[in-house]
Design a binder for this molecule. Structure first.
Ligand SMILES: C[S@@+](CC[C@H](N)C(=O)[O-])C[C@H]1O[C@@H](n2cnc3c(N)ncnc32)[C@H](O)[C@@H]1O
Length: 325
């Protein structure tokens, strides 16, 4: 069991690693990015993962790197602006370890408790499935799963749970499949988007991404590089907007005062506007790379902007979720 790092060479090139540099691997996972950074340059790497299970995987690297590598259990949003680093890389989503260990409940490939908590704390996916109203479930599956069948799925979940709580991954996958039919010829299982939506809610993934991007902006030195690999359009849109707004030299005071000079100097410079997608060869080798996209930018010497607000999506589901917690 291992995790094949996605867009590895492309992300490393984006970081433009240099000897003596200090780099943050915001999402350690199986350590593929950290290992490559340490191999490519005589640099220091500070890594984070919010999942306690990821931490022992860094023990060997810590021993071999002789003080040049540290791994912290924690959220990347907690990265301190006092760090002053030369690069921050995010490889979002879940690792193959999390997916393959059925007991974590991230995958419908194995029967397990409907858990999905990266930190193993707080309310689980089962709490959401059994505790949210039908309207909130539909809101969640539509906005975070981007699934047009959200209402039908929510209705079927609510009907099913009237007979008893939904506690298992395969139970939920069957319910979703029953709601929408088999979707013949589809490349993905019909429950994929519902599982994604639940995972995002349970782990506050968009809120974390907003905090993480702002934390990186605060910690990067002038000339330092931000690189983000995302796996679905909601994340990618957030990253794209974050970078584009902060790199906009034409930025206006506001749309109501278009003639005013920019209020804030650009905190990033954009050298490549378009996202980088994996090669066909990588996708053939690693199907998980299929939806990946990399964006990167270079920090300027302007002060960091105000903290990014996550998009107000699935507001009904988020409000009910907060009450459950
Ligand atoms: C796709 S994997 C990273 C894989 C890694 N690049 C590699 O090559 O092995 C994503 C990892 O990020 C972690 N993660 C997700 N959100 C996080 C957050 N807010 N803070 C810290 N770690 C997070 C997950 O627990 C998971 O282990």
């Amino acid at each position: 069991m291992s995790h094949a790092p996605v867009l590895l060479a492309e992300a490393m090139d984006a970081l433009a690693l240099k000897a003596g540099g200090v780099y943050v691997d915001a999402t350690f996972g199986g350590g593929g990015y950290s290992r490559e950074m340490l191999a490519r340059a005589d640099c220091n790497v500070i890594a984070f993962d919010r999942d306690p299970d990821a931490i022992p995987r860094g023990a060997e690297m810590t021993a071999q790197a002789k003080g040049k590598f540290t791994l912290h259990q924690g959220r990347f949003g907690d990265l301190s602006p006092d760090e002053a680093v030369d690069g921050v890389v995010f490889d979002l989503g879940v690792s193959s370890f999390q997916l393959d260990e059925g007991a974590r409940g991230f995958s419908f490939q194995a029967d397990a408790d409907l858990d999905m908590r990266m930190e193993r704390e707080g309310n689980s996916a089962a709490d959401a499935v059994n505790g949210l109203s039908e309207v909130a479930l539909a809101d969640l599956i539509y906005n975070y799963g981007e699934d047009d069948e959200s209402r039908r799925i929510a209705r079927t979940i609510v009907q099913a749970r009237a007979a008893g709580p939904i506690t298992r991954t395969l139970q939920l996958a069957d319910i979703v499949e029953r709601a929408v039919g088999g979707r013949k010829g589809a490349r993905t299982h019909p429950a994929t988007k519902t599982f994604q939506a639940l995972r995002m809610l349970v782990n506050d993934e968009l809120g974390e991404l907003a905090r993480g991007l702002s934390a990186a902006e605060g910690a990067l030195k002038p000339g330092g590089r931000l690189a983000v690999v995302s796996f679905h359009s909601l994340e990618d849109r957030m990253v794209k907007r974050f970078i584009a707004e902060r790199a906009d030299a034409q930025g206006r005071g506001s749309r109501h005062t278009p003639d005013l000079p920019p209020e804030r100097a650009p905190s990033f410079a954009l050298e490549r506007k378009r996202a980088t997608a994996p090669s066909d060869e990588e996708v053939a080798r690693n199907p998980r790379a299929r939806s990946a996209s990399l964006r990167w930018a270079v920090r300027t010497d302007a002060p960091a902007w105000d903290e990014l607000e996550p998009p107000a999506l699935a507001t009904r589901a988020e409000a009910e979720w907060k009450k459950l917690s």
